[in-house]
Ligand binder design. Structure first.
Ligand SMILES: [Zn+2]
Length: 333
């Protein structure tokens, strides 16, 4: 039997599921009664959920009655989200394809049952594109164009992968090879802003040294190191073709006059290197290979190697003082 709600008063309910900032709004419950029972609260479930591209999440809204029972009022709610990346079909959210891990989107559920009752409930969908879902049986990553993609010694870029939106860098560069003076558009725009800000705020002059590198360039580089120094040396100091983040067009090695435009550990102790470590996340970059994390990232400390992941994810990785690998592993658990 369908339960009938008798609404006797109209009041606004705001439950802050999504942000803890500001004053807690006063929650006044409308006097919705159901055959004599009074509703004492409403819940949206799940209130916070991790979901990746292509996933569907079903939301439910339940009303709590003063006799400790619950009734499902999902069908009387209208669901929407604050982004076009999440589309609703009734109470089911479909997460779109171009999402970035770390983004948080708000889901709003509005009561549609009675005109004079106003109930808004909020939930959060935190984007998480898991590592398992983005690799095929040959250890080739399936989302090379995603800003949150992870390439490392276990996860390869396809030999054919070339980003579609490479552009010439607008910042100062120090090597003549046109290929490496490119990045993907969004990463290039971000580095332009970052270098400009470093100059304006602190008078620091940062210089780009090496950005995009094709599979073939990495292949020649790796093989020349093997020929000159042997395989062990090459595996320690260079990336195997397909495993270089530079092929993604989202990685850039930066330098400065204070280290003679070279890539040296000492860059991390220069004013330019320290500013970069503390500020790169503001522009969507992380220091991809931090000191002491060699066992996790598979690469030695590289204070000069920046990776674009977008501002949300970069800020989280910076705040948690973690690595890209650990961020995914910790969420996966
Ligand atoms: Zn690099």
């Amino acid at each position: 039997m369908k339960k009938i709600l008798i609404i006797t008063a109209a009041l606004l309910i705001i439950l802050t599921g999504c942000n803890g900032e500001g004053d807690e709004p006063e929650i006044e419950m409308p006097e919705i009664t159901e055959e004599g029972s009074k509703i004492t609260g409403v819940n949206i479930l799940p209130e916070k959920v991790l979901a990746g591209s292509g996933e569907k999440i079903e939301f439910k809204v339940e009303a709590l009655l003063d006799d400790d029972t619950k009734i499902d009022i999902t069908s009387e709610m209208n669901f929407r989200s604050d982004t076009d990346k999440i589309k609703f079909e009734g109470n089911k959210a479909l997460v779109g394809e171009e999402t970035i891990t770390g983004q948080e989107h708000v889901v709003i559920a509005e009561y549609t049952g009675e005109e004079d009752v106003n109930i808004d409930l909020y939930a959060t969908i935190e984007i998480f594109n898991s590592l398992e879902d983005t690799i095929d049986e040959n250890d080739v990553i399936t989302n090379p164009e995603a800003y949150d993609m992870v390439v490392n010694k276990q996860r390869n870029l396809n030999a054919d992968y070339v980003p579609e939106d490479l552009v010439d860098l607008e910042v100062e560069t120090c090597l003549p090879n046109p290929e490496i003076n490119q990045l993907r558009k969004e990463a290039s725009d971000a580095i332009t802003k970052m270098f400009k800000t470093a100059a304006e705020e602190e008078g620091l002059e940062l210089v780009a040294r090496s950005g995009y590198r094709s599979y073939n360039t990495q292949d020649s580089l790796y093989n020349s190191i093997v020929n000159n120094h042997g395989q062990d040396y090459a595996d320690k100091y260079s990336a195997y073709p397909g495993q270089s983040e530079h092929q993604s067009g989202l990685a850039l090695d930066i330098t400065a006059a204070s280290v003679n435009y070279q890539l040296e550990d000492i860059f991390g102790e220069t004013e330019e290197g320290k500013w970069t470590k503390d500020n790169a996340h503001r522009f969507g970059f992380i220091i991809r290979y931090p000191e002491g994390k060699e066992d996790i990232t598979g690469y030695l400390y590289e204070p000069w190697h920046l990776r674009y992941v977008g501002k949300n994810l970069a800020a989280k990785i910076y705040r948690e003082d973690t690595t890209l690998e650990e961020y995914f592993q910790n969420k996966e658990r």
